[in-house]
Design a protein. Structure first.
Length: 197
């Protein structure tokens, strides 16, 4: 039967994204998503807890790749360099073939405040996970937190640029550009407020 075919989750994800983009997230039901690919609502719920999860399914694979990237950084890498290496190691998740899907997904999320909030929480969770991974490498609390939060900011800026209309550079190229700009900004002498020296 169709419900047991390999790739069912991906079919449901593709159908959901198309319906969300054309009809709107709020006006699309799980039943409609399932029926659009010849499946039942019951089959939908075997793969996803709700329609929101269709947009966030697979996030754990990306998080694991980033964690593995931090763990695989050379022992002498600075906390920020370890996070940057993690971002570069996650570049395969952002292939040219995936860019149209990612653009549509971002547009759907941006149009729905509840989804946008979920995406922000996902980034907060990612920062906390990266900070924990850095601490496991022996990085102190403050440095781990700053490096992880900064890495997530680099990721967010790079991703935003990667999904822009007309952008054709690879995710890795864009991450490199954003990271270099960050280092350039950090290298500038920052004024120290009076009384803090």
């Amino acid at each position: 039967m169709a419900r047991w075919e390999p790739g069912t989750a991906k079919r449901l994800q593709a159908a959901a994204l198309e319906l969300f983009a054309t009809r709107g997230y709020e006006r699309t039901t799980a039943t409609e998503i399932a029926q659009s690919v010849g499946l039942t609502e019951r089959t939908f719920f075997r793969h996803f807890s709700d329609k929101r999860e269709v947009l966030f399914h697979g996030t754990q694979l990306l998080v694991q790749a980033l964690v593995d990237g931090v763990r695989g950084a050379p022992p002498d890498a600075s906390p920020l360099d370890a996070v940057a290496r993690a971002l570069w190691s996650a570049a395969p998740f952002f292939s040219a073939e995936r860019r149209p899907h990612s653009r549509t997904r971002k547009a759907v999320i941006d149009e729905n405040p509840a989804l946008a909030e979920r995406e922000l929480r996902k980034m907060d969770d990612l920062a906390a996970t990266l900070a924990d991974t850095l601490r496991a490498r022996g990085v102190d609390e403050l440095a781990a937190t700053l490096a992880a939060q900064t890495g997530v900011a680099v990721f967010g800026v790079a991703f935003g640029r990667w999904v822009r209309d007309g952008e054709e550079r690879s995710f890795e190229e864009i991450v490199t550009e954003v990271y270099r700009e960050l280092l350039s900004l950090a290298g500038a002498a920052a004024p120290v407020p009076h009384g803090t020296r």
